[in-house]
Design a protein around this ligand. Sequence first.
Ligand SMILES: [Zn+2]
Length: 109
Amino acid sequence: MTAPLTPPDRRSRSENLRLAREKGRHTDLEWLVMKHLFKVCVKCRDPGWNIEKDHIRPICIGGSDSVDNLQPLCARCNTSKTLDCTDYRDAALPNWRAEFNRRIAIVLE
Ligand SMILES: [Zn+2]
């Protein structure tokens, strides 16, 4: 593992994203399938016209950019989350992962 060039609190968003992508990165397809699967903000269940991609473990504290670290949040929940690392996906949709994998497999067939 290489040491970061800059202390975590001094890194830019693009530097954080670069480091997050080294740990894993999602595809556009994975994000689209996830958004369609949940249909709502997984925290407040607001139906989503303003759903945003939330990194469950924020990339500024070492979270990856893989789908395992993504959840759909509305803009309001995403803005107010700060450094909270709560994963709301299982509570919003139990066994979401199996359905997610099934849909990805269908699309990639
Ligand atoms: Zn919300």
